[in-house]
Design a protein around this ligand. Structure first.
Ligand SMILES: [Zn+2]
Length: 87
């Protein structure tokens, strides 16, 4: 019976030690990330979205084809839009 109690104490000791170690490591990691956070670059500003004048799909302005004041999702829609405008 004494032996069993000994092992229970040992196992609990190991469990508590592991838990303390995990907690300590996590705390250290969090602290490190907290100090690093202000130096981290701010997220890139969200790109402006424009709507295709032909199919009305939204896409980033950098990927859109601009014709005058209108934006198009593809060359085909740009041409179709131009045709629509004319006709
Ligand atoms: Zn389109």
């Amino acid at each position: 019976m004494g032996k069993l109690l000994f092992w229970i104490v040992v196992i609990f000791g190991i469990l508590i030690l592991t838990r303390m170690l995990t907690h300590y490591t996590a705390q250290r990691q969090a602290k490190r990330e907290q100090t690093r956070a202000p130096q981290a670059k701010p997220l890139a500003k969200a790109e402006e979205m424009v709507s295709c004048a032909h199919c009305h799909i939204f896409l980033p302005q950098s990927e859109a084809i601009k014709q005058g004041e209108l934006f198009f999702c593809s060359q085909a829609h740009a041409q179709a839009g131009a045709v629509e405008k004319r006709g």
